[in-house]
Design a protein around this ligand. Structure first.
Ligand code: AMP
Ligand code: MG
Length: 325
């Protein structure tokens, strides 16, 4: 049963994976409106609920084992659905085990460091799932589309000249390989929205007062750079989808489908890690049994030595009596 589930998840996400080494052209290779044929919105709801439960179970084991960590990087254009994806996909997971970090225009302090510094500061610990709402990939996206950001990074001339982006791609790949070698799996999700769906979502943000806060004139201005972003995304996907940290392009025009797909990729990663609850050694086990009899001996006058065991025995007794009647 478990194996069947594992296989189906792997099959489901395969078309979304960017083959390492392939040359991506977003508009040609990935359809923002894609959904798997066998799914509709109604079944999707059940599937997401099952996925969320599965994630919660794996996250508990990940935390207990305390060996691996998972970093989820979410990238999208404005209105791509990053916030909603985080809210829905992580809804069943213990908040203690998840750290969400958002990245905006860098502060003066951040600009005073190397460009990966602020992301390194927010990496998850072992046992945790870290979510980057925007990530180090902004350093080859917004910074590439708007070169004035690069000017502000106080780089030495040697780092501004020549093949800046090829160098950054290599540095990012190396960094992720280092993380992966050391037990931190990097899951990269690009929520791929169509230009028309972005227009529709912007209109809703303008029309609904409770969504106004999500929209600024700057977002509309950024939309003018749509083609530049598509190119930058295509180059990023081509250069940084690696065996150790592949990109997944999540079709984002249908929110419900995007959430299932994101949950499936994360589930796939956790299943591959297959974290286990630690087992205790024989020696620790006998220590535990000594502690147990000490606790039992502390029972106050009239109280059962082990209240749990007493309650369970009582329950069993009542059940038996009922059956006899
Ligand atoms: P939001 O996610 O809507 O709050 O917007 C955050 C803004 O910060 C976006 O416009 C990003 O493009 C911008 N941003 C994020 N990272 C960087 C970066 N490294 N350099 C410049 N701008 C950035
Ligand atoms: Mg925004």
């Amino acid at each position: 049963m478990a194996d069947l589930r594992v296989e189906r998840i792997a099959e489901f996400i395969e078309p979304l994976r960017v083959q390492p080494g392939s040359r991506v052209r977003l508009a040609r290779d990935f359809d923002p409106g894609y959904k798997a044929d066998f799914l509709n919105k109604k079944d999707g709801r059940e599937l997401l609920a099952a996925g969320v439960e599965l994630l919660a179970d794996y996250q508990r084991r990940l935390a207990a084992q305390n060996t691996y960590g998972v970093l989820v990087c979410l990238q999208a254009l404005d209105a791509g659905g990053k916030d909603g994806t985080i809210r829905h996909v992580m809804s069943g997971v213990n908040p203690q085990g998840v750290k969400v970090s958002g990245f905006k225009v860098p502060s003066a302090e951040e600009l005073d460091h190397d460009y990966l510094w602020r992301y390194a500061c927010r990496l998850p610990s072992r046992g945790d799932i870290g979510i980057f709402n925007r990530s180090h990939y902004e350093e080859v996206l917004v910074v590439r589309v708007h070169p004035e950001h690069l000017q502000r990074q106080q780089l030495p001339d040697s780092a501004r000249q020549g093949h800046v982006w090829a160098r950054r791609f290599r540095e990012i790949n190396d960094w992720e390989r280092y993380l992966s070698d050391n037990g931190f799996k990097v899951v990269k999700l690009f929520l791929n929205l169509s230009k028309e769906e972005q227009r529709t979502r912007f209109l809703r943000r303008i029309d609904r007062p409770d969504r106004n806060w999500k929209f600024s004139a700057a977002d509309a201005r950024e939309r003018r750079y749509w083609d530049d972003y598509q190119r930058a995304f295509s180059k990023m996907l081509s250069a940084t989808s690696t065996e150790w940290a592949p990109w997944y392009v999540i079709p984002a025009d249908r929110k419900w489908f995007a959430r299932i797909a994101a949950a499936a990729v994360l589930a796939h990663t956790l299943i591959e890690i297959d974290p286990q609850y630690p087992t205790v050694s024989e020696e620790r086990r006998s220590d535990l049994l000594v502690a147990r009899s000490e606790l039992e001996a502390e029972a106050p006058e009239g109280a059962p030595a082990d209240p749990y065991a007493a309650a369970a025995a009582e329950k069993k007794r009542r059940k038996k009596k009922r059956r006899k009647k």
